[in-house]
Design a protein around this ligand. Sequence first.
Ligand SMILES: NC(=O)c1ccc[n+]([C@@H]2O[C@H](COP(=O)([O-])OP(=O)(O)OC[C@H]3O[C@@H](n4cnc5c(N)ncnc54)[C@H](O)[C@@H]3O)[C@@H](O)[C@H]2O)c1
Length: 310
Amino acid sequence: MARNKITIVGAGNVGATTAHIAAAGHLGDIIMLDIVEGLAEGKALDIAEAAPVQLYEANIVGTRDWEKTADSDIVIITSGLPRKPGMSRDDLLAKNIQIVKDVSDKTAKYSPDSIVIVVCNPLDAMVYTAAKITGFAKNKVMGMAGALDCARFSYFLACELGVSVEDIKCVLMGGHGDDMVPLPRFTSVSGISITELLDEDKIAELIGRTRKGGIEVVNLLGYSAYYAPAAGTVKMAEAILKDKKAVLSCCAYCDSEYDVGGYFVGVPAELGRNGIEKIIELDLNESEQVQFQKSLAHVKQLVTKVDELL
Ligand SMILES: NC(=O)c1ccc[n+]([C@@H]2O[C@H](COP(=O)([O-])OP(=O)(O)OC[C@H]3O[C@@H](n4cnc5c(N)ncnc54)[C@H](O)[C@@H]3O)[C@@H](O)[C@H]2O)c1
């Protein structure tokens, strides 16, 4: 049986870490592509040289040549500037839109049947850009943010409650920004809603930390997070390549769903071999609706800027 072919565009922190986790998870052969001479080649060689220790069989290739990416099953776009202290994700828009535009063009040319997972920021706007430029079916273009934001919320909850991280199941909606919408009513410890286990103030405190989870790491490191973002990205790729029908929070195209009206935004969705196979529609209460609409309004503003710049 042929192995899956995974292209990772951008061999920086997120891209290279994604490649390593995907290789160690036996997801398929990996092509890492970057514009910086030697970078993708060097990181690919280093990851390949770990294979005899970690025991993975994948071919891992680094390149600057798009032809080597041809006919990929999945293209993961991590090429883009990351945040520095003092920056918001939105500050990256003008620069990253040009990169994502170029990369999306090439993705459509070399891997017209691929599924695209966008990682670079500002996430929801970059997913919209990739969908517009590739012209791919809407179920085949998506963004990774919810998997990361859920992981952060889950980690904080596990620490607070002193329970295993594997028992926490979290749902989070909205755009990938400070107005993201973690949903405590739908977040549980082995099925027990966290609203039964923690008081409102403590939940609000952990939601606040989740919303600022990205900048907390940026302020410590001086550059942006990559281990948890890469882990979230591989989780999505795995759900698709293994046709798992996994329900994950991710940035997906919604039209009538939640009355979004044709935008890419964070929602719980089922992921399988056809990409986004279903959007899960939750019965949001009034407060959750208000928060989601506020976050969606922000996404719409960014999309307007994208349309002006493209
Ligand atoms: N969605 C999320 O939750 C999330 C989390 C973390 C980071 N990010 C975003 O992911 C992106 C990458 O972050 P990073 O820390 O890996 O940055 P990085 O600077 O370490 O890596 C980016 C790489 O992209 C490459 N690149 C630039 N233009 C390119 C092009 N046209 N073709 C191919 N490669 C190109 C650069 O040479 C660089 O190696 C940033 O935009 C960051 O904000 C998103």
